[in-house]
Design a protein around this ligand. Structure first.
Ligand SMILES: *Cc1c(COP(=O)(O)O)cnc(C)c1O
Length: 394
């Protein structure tokens, strides 16, 4: 190993160890579900993106098993060579139908989709306007383009409008936003944003990873939630959250958008195709997500109940309707201390602190699932009740 590089990495890791501390992955045993096995214990799981509980759905799992019997696991080739199976096209059609676009294209993750979409659609004469709190994958995907880049203050449409006016001379203006922001669980003000986009002849790109399957009467996402289904120009999303959690991402939009991506999008072309059992599982999950609105009703009821119970205990809960529930525990190591206390009480949560969120906005982020039982949520609330001794000591 090169000594100069090794020395620098050691120095930086030491520094990180003493400042923010080093990340250590929690090792979970067994399958994803409303509870998780950790260190021989069973914890109530309030930390996964499995909003509809479809990761453990027997039909989803059986469809993947059957697909593996029939087609094997991986295809060992890219989509543009011999990696494409009929299921890839069927899944793309189902995604397009779910979100209300003409077509859709599969990627191996939404991270890949976001890396592949902007460079394929834009050039140096174009301008991108990106919300300051957009997901890391959008930021990186935007960096890969030669378009002019403007960041507008989070959810600040006045700031966005000023910046739109500044790039009136660009060939295209592309406004990019998360549908639901993962730290606060806030939903983008799509009606006003969409109106603003139209007024400035700008195209609108929404990453709906936390909304697909979750928001809207049929789970079509943020646009359907606002009665604007089909009105977003380009939608990106994941199959790794509400839609079964097996993994995979997509870009959905007009035929011309999808056809352009098929021709030139690098994370689509230069990688292996999605394993067919994963594609089959996602297709089953989409069918269930669309056909069983009661899952979204249970999710909404669970979310409202947990929000109310935490509020009644005196916790500061950021307002909202999304199953992401931020419980604010501001300052120092309070969020981390409460998260540890909750784990000792049998509830798995994670604290978010600087630099993931600004200093002073430390929090515990909860994520509710339709699969949580009343008993599990009551256990979580009892743990939050007992964890109040940490607050008293702070
Ligand atoms: C989770 C998430 C992603 C990444 O999705 P993967 O399919 O896991 O790569 C991208 N964007 C947003 C907004 C997300 O929340």
């Amino acid at each position: 190993m090169n000594a100069t590089l090794l020395d620098r990495l050691r120095t930086e890791l030491d520094e990180r160890r003493t400042t923010t501390g080093l990340r250590r992955d929690l090792v979970v045993s067994g399958a994803q579900g409303p509870t998780l096995g950790v260190g021989g214990e069973t914890l109530v799981n309030l930390a996964s993106n499995d909003y509809l509980g479809l990761a453990g759905d027997p039909e989803v799992l059986e469809s993947a098993r059957r697909a593996m019997r029939d087609m094997g696991l991986g295809v060992g080739a890219g989509r543009v060579l011999c990696g494409t199976r009929a299921i890839h096209g069927e899944l793309e059609a189902a995604i397009a139908e779910l979100v209300g676009t003409e077509d859709a294209l599969l990627y191996n993750s939404c991270f890949d989709a976001n890396l592949g979409v902007f460079d394929a659609l834009l050039g140096p004469d174009d301008a991108i306007l990106s919300d300051a709190l957009n997901h890391a994958s959008l930021i990186d995907g935007i960096r890969l383009t030669r378009a002019r880049r403007h960041v507008f203050a989070h959810a600040d449409l006045d700031d966005l409008e000023r910046r739109l006016a500044e790039c009136a001379d660009a060939r295209h203006r592309l406004i990019v936003t998360d549908g639901v922001f993962s730290m606060d669980g806030d939903v983008v003000a799509l009606p006003r944003l969409s109106e603003l986009a139209q007024r400035h002849d700008a195209a609108l790109v929404v990453d709906d990873s936390h909304a697909t399957g979750v928001l809207g009467a049929t789970g079509a996402g943020t646009a359907e939630h606002f009665g604007l289904k089909g009105r977003v120009d380009v939608l990106t999303g994941t199959l790794g959250k509400a839609l079964g959690g097996g993994g995979g991402g997509f870009v959905a939009g007009a035929h011309e958008v999808v056809e352009t991506l098929r021709q030139v999008s690098r994370p689509y072309i230069f990688t292996n195709a999605m394993a067919p059992p994963l594609a089959v599982a996602a297709l089953t999950a989409i069918r269930i997500a669309r056909g069983r609105p009661e899952l979204r009703e249970r999710l909404a009821a669970n979310t409202a109940w947990l929000r109310g119970a935490l509020h009644d205990l005196g916790y500061e809960v950021l307002p909202g309707e999304h199953p992401i529930i931020p419980v604010m525990l501001r300052g120092g190591s309070l969020a981390r201390d409460v998260a540890e206390a909750l784990r000792r009480e049998g509830v798995l949560v994670f604290a978010l602190s600087y630099p993931v969120v600004p200093a002073g906005e430390e929090r515990i982020r909860l994520q509710v699932s339709a699969s949580h039982t009343a008993g599990q949520l009551e256990r979580a609330v009892a743990a939050f009740d007992r964890a109040r001794v940490v607050l008293a000591g702070a």
